[in-house]
Design a protein around this ligand. Structure first.
Ligand SMILES: [Zn+2]
Length: 77
């Protein structure tokens, strides 16, 4: 039972910074999915995290939900 609750909390935290296909009040910054190349919109905090990774010379860390689901949970950022 405890394990299930932890998973629910994790899912909720993840949903709070979820990317959307269109700009919203919260998601104003466009990023490309590293796998499918589609444009998504994320909030400033997420965008900063992705930008910082790119500045440091890392690959684009953003992968959209669809691609992430295909890869499985372990691939998340
Ligand atoms: Zn994708």
């Amino acid at each position: 039972m405890v394990k299930v609750k932890e998973e629910l909390d994790a899912n909720r935290a993840e949903a709070a910074m979820q990317a959307t296909r269109y700009p919203t009040d919260r998601n104003q910054f466009d990023v490309y999915c590293d796998m499918c190349g589609e444009v998504f919109f994320v909030n400033e905090m997420t965008f900063e995290k992705i930008s910082a990774a790119l500045r440091e010379g890392f690959d684009n860390p953003f992968i959209c939900d669809d691609c992430r689901n295909e890869l499985g949970e372990t691939a998340y950022l």
